[in-house]
Design a protein around this ligand. Structure first.
Ligand code: ADP
Ligand code: 5GP
Length: 201
């Protein structure tokens, strides 16, 4: 199953994703490619693959992406290699923007779409400022995009408000766990059980 999380920059997607990945088994993070500058605490190959625009454009030409988009004036893309790894089992968590979510919706079944909201607009600004990684003009741009993005919350299956972090983590984990129990997802797993019933003792 694919798990897509989307939400305004600074609402806490990376923070939530890291905690959920620590606490849940059988879910891995899809490491995107980006042309954005690396932030101090980020690790190449774990948070993102940081590449030049030339490299990214060559990858587009070579059809290396499941989806890609221009977000806040930088390229971001999900590599096909991440999905190939997922095919080997387990769930894959994608932290992507609304444009990426649209493309995944068109192409992939067995995906749950989760929109993360900050408690209030002024709190989003505070979080972006507190992160201390973006200039005032970049923060302004991100806040402008956020006001548009949030209007699209209806396109998502689940909404998580990241106010108190521990509560948001619990909600996100619950969404993933209940989604795993959906019949169309579980059906493959229960085949051996069904076969054993067909065979009897
Ligand atoms: P995103 O990945 O959505 O851009 P981050 O995970 O980088 O957002 O979070 C932005 C900032 O907000 C970080 O400094 C992070 O520590 C902080 N943050 C995340 N969740 C919460 C929360 N529930 N309460 C307060 N601060 C938070
Ligand atoms: P940031 O620069 O704050 O890490 O991310 C900015 C935005 O880009 C966020 O909304 C994030 O979800 C989105 N993003 C990150 N990786 C991808 C990706 O591979 N594809 C798309 N479409 N968006 C991405």
């Amino acid at each position: 199953m694919l798990i897509v999380i989307t939400g305004p920059s600074g609402c806490g997607k990376s923070t939530l994703a890291n905690l959920v990945l620590e606490e849940l088994e059988n879910v891995t993070f899809s490491v995107s490619y980006t042309t954005r500058r690396k932030r101090d605490k980020e690790i190449e190959g774990e948070d993102y693959h940081f590449v030049s625009s030339e490299t990214f454009e060559k990858m587009i030409q070579d059809d290396k992406f499941v989806e890609w988009a221009m977000v806040h004036e930088n390229y971001y893309g999900t590599p096909k290699s991440a999905l190939e790894r997922k095919a080997m089992g387990g769930d894959l968590l994608l932290d992507i923007d609304v444009q990426g979510a649209d493309l995944i919706r068109e192409k992939h079944e067995e995906t749950v779409f989760i929109f993360i909201l900050p408690p209030l607009f002024p709190e989003l600004r505070k979080r972006l400022e507190k992160r201390g990684q973006d200039s005032e003009s970049i923060i302004q741009k991100r806040l402008g995009v956020a006001r548009e993005e949030i209007k699209r919350y209806r396109e998502f299956d689940y909404l998580v408000v990241n106010d108190e972090l521990s509560k948001a983590v619990e909600e996100l984990k619950s969404v993933i766990l209940s989604q795993r129990c959906r019949r169309e997802i579980r059906e493959k797993e229960i085949m051996p059980i069904l076969r054993s019933f067909a065979e009897g003792d």
